[in-house]
Design a protein. Sequence first.
Length: 117
Amino acid sequence: MNGEFSPVLPALILLFPLLGAAMNGIGAFLWRDRKAVPSFVGPAAILASFAVVVADFLAMRAAALHDPVVVELFTWIDSGDLRIGFALQFDQLSVLMGLIVTGVSGIIHIYSVGYMG
């Protein structure tokens, strides 16, 4: 990778859980009789985010990254000289925390589906 780190689809880390929550929220009204749909969508959304974080972790290890990489997703506030962006920062600590948070929450989702069943 020539020492360059390019995060793998960083917006999907946030987008998968957001879409999963929206699908489960809307599905609560549409699929009242089908209890298996939210039991699949919730863990699948979190585990998909975990897969993206794992891909970013592996790409970061191959790049031997020492400086943080900031990926700006969009500009949140732009007023005169003030410019505040919505960004994700990738460094060793943030990717490790991403692995821990998405991994543990994926396990919790899987456990809760089994427990509630």
